[in-house]
Ligand binder design. Sequence first.
Ligand code: AMP
Length: 276
Amino acid sequence: MLIIKDISNLKLYLQAYENKGYSLGYIPTMGALHQGHGQLIKQSQKDNKKTIVSIFVNEKQFNKPEDFEGYPRNKGKDYDFCDQFNVDVIFEPSSEEIYQENEIKLENKYFKNILCDDFRPNHFDGVITVLNKFFSIVKCNKVYFGEKDYQQLKIVEKFIQEKYSSLELVSVPTARSEEGIAFSSRNEKLSKKQLLEFELFHKASLKFMSDLDKDININQANSLAKEFIRKQAIEKFDYFEFRNISDLSLDGSIQETRLFYAIYKGQVRLIDNINF
Ligand code: AMP
């Protein structure tokens, strides 16, 4: 497994792959790797001859400096993780390597003012700005994103259609623990008690969904969701609502939706989306 930190070296290796006609799958991550990332790696290995994982905690997509500083970082473990998964290349550049002076900043135009975009202004600008940079460096055939970050997936889909149309986006279902919660780097920051409470909250949300009359529309479901979330023992939430899976609108029946939530346990913000 190669661990490459600078762009010029990476380009040389990727050029060698291209010369040999190898297909390349790419998984952008912020590290603190877990089984969710593992699913993306496995899918890439099924589809491609070579797989590259980037590890880069992108300051530009954090709204609060303390959230960026406190984001879990697990360098040594991440290398072992990728090694066990037989990843071919880790690309782990520094911030200086990625962001030159006068770096262009992109503005996201899609799925604005709803869900995470509503609560994390400019977050998705930071996401597409860094992806624009990485896609221009890592010339790959397919790129892998998780459904766990569903709004991000939809935004990236639009961005790729618009700017990188030869690149194929592959979406991968959310990997979950036995208790049902989505694997996430942020789960590491939860105490045992918080983790247990979060698992109970997630289970209660699943029960709430399965008890719903499946003939109601999204607005009716969201009225019930409001009542449900008010009764839960959580300190704070940003949203807990059903949205249409194709365009994230509030139109249609609940059969066409997922339930999206962003809740807090202490300072830790946890997001998920659940399908029927
Ligand atoms: P992150 O390192 O959190 O930026 O995530 C990198 C990629 O892994 C993103 O495409 C995420 O959607 C995906 N991902 C994170 N957690 C999971 C999970 N539990 N299941 C599937 N994909 C995930």
